[in-house]
Design a protein around this ligand. Structure first.
Ligand SMILES: Cc1cc2nc3c(=O)[nH]c(=O)nc-3n(C[C@H](O)[C@H](O)[C@H](O)COP(=O)(O)OP(=O)(O)OC[C@H]3O[C@@H](n4cnc5c(N)ncnc54)[C@H](O)[C@@H]3O)c2cc1C
Length: 321
């Protein structure tokens, strides 16, 4: 018996969501009185995994795993499960986890709960809490199968360090070329930006900004605050902004210290991705905009007047300090 966590990395580096999954797996393992095994790949920063609770780390060295391939990943994880004899499997509920966890659960005929937000209750029944109706409610799911698969909602709890035993083992999942179903032809990396899921400050724009040509002020405000930019779904659908910036039910889930929503109405599907933010500032010219009901600070006004004034004030403040 063990808890097995899949930890995704990019060039060996682990993002916050992967470390959250490891820490969560560790906390579940402690509750069940067992060990935390992490399965990962490539030239991994195993120290980061150990600091967040990994007792054992299985590292598969196949270079092709550097690119996300749900079928190859699921085969590797299934092999790691055999080796660790895990009965609880933990994934992050991010883009990769959303495609890999269901494949693994289906192969194992295991109960699968996506979007978990809290520790399971394990007194008798194994019950997990998850968000439903785009964050408007919670549901408690009892998993009845022997093997349980959980996908943890990113930013659901505070990341902290918890030292694991940290035995690192090279691991051969027996992958052959035919296990890889995707061929990556080109990778375009965005350099220099703060990854949205990791940013403590996020400046986000919606359809109220009228067009992509008006994003200069959003980017400038984000830069001055040391934050990242995000957007509502219609903005990404229209091609005004890249899809990785779209937050909400069908996009990313974030939990920054400060979320500034500019020209965004506050539809339930948008709120689902941002309503865990610590402080929410809404700038909207419509005093009846639904977003104001969820805001800590409300600015009723035209974004094209308010945002340049904010930028000006910030620049002035920075010059003086
Ligand atoms: C299944 C499903 C999933 C979805 N998933 C998502 C999702 O993940 N993320 C998401 O964002 N949406 C999602 N949506 C879409 C969602 O329902 C809304 O349509 C969308 O969030 C609205 O985007 P918006 O607020 O940018 O645009 P609008 O609703 O058009 O709102 C624009 C806002 O800007 C304000 N405004 C206009 N001009 C100005 C100005 N000059 N200054 C200040 N304010 C101004 C307006 O008052 C208005 O409140 C989903 C919908 C469905 C059906």
């Amino acid at each position: 018996m063990a808890v097995l966590v899949f930890a995704e990395n990019a060039g060996g580096i682990y993002k916050k969501a992967a470390l959250e999954a490891v820490l969560y797996g560790r906390m579940v393992a402690e509750k069940l009185g067992t060990e935390t095994v992490v399965v990962t790949y490539g030239n991994a920063d195993t120290d980061a995994l150990i600091r967040h609770g990994a007792d054992r780390i299985l590292v598969e060295k196949n270079e092709k795993l550097e690119h996300v391939d749900p079928q190859a990943y699921s085969k590797m994880i299934l092999k790691a499960r055999e080796r660790s004899d895990a009965n609880v499997l933990v994934f992050s509920f991010n883009y990769t986890g959303k495609s890999v966890a269901p494949l693994v659960a289906a192969k194992l005929q295991a109960g699968y709960v996506p979007g978990v937000v809290e520790m399971p209750s394990t007194d008798g029944d194994f019950v997990v809490k998850k968000i439903v109706f785009s964050g408007k409610a919670f549901a408690f799911y009892k998993i009845e199968s022997d093997i349980k698969v959980l996908a943890l909602n990113p930013n659901s709890f505070q990341l902290e360090e918890k030292l694991g035993k940290g035995a690192v083992e090279e691991f051969d999942a027996g992958l052959s070329d035919t296990d890889f179903k995707i061929k990556v032809r080109k990778v375009e990396k965005v350099e220099g930006e703060i990854p949205l899921e990791e940013a403590e400050i996020v400046v986000s724009g919606g359809r109220g900004l009228k067009g992509p040509e008006n994003w200069g002020m959003i980017e400038e405000l984000a830069r001055l605050l040391g934050g990242a930019t995000a957007c509502s779904r219609p903005v990404a659908d229209a091609g005004w902004r890249p899809h990785h910036e779209h937050v909400g039910q069908t996009g990313g889930t974030i939990r920054p210290n400060l979320y500034i929503a500019i020209g965004i109405s506050g539809a339930i599907q948008h709120l689902a991705g941002v309503n865990q933010s610590k402080t929410i500032v809404v700038i909207n010219k419509d005093p009846e905009a639904p977003f104001f009901k969820h805001a800590d600070y409300c600015i009723v006004g035209d974004a094209f007047e308010v945002v340049p004034k904010l930028i000006e004030a910030l620049k002035e403040f920075k010059e003086k300090n």
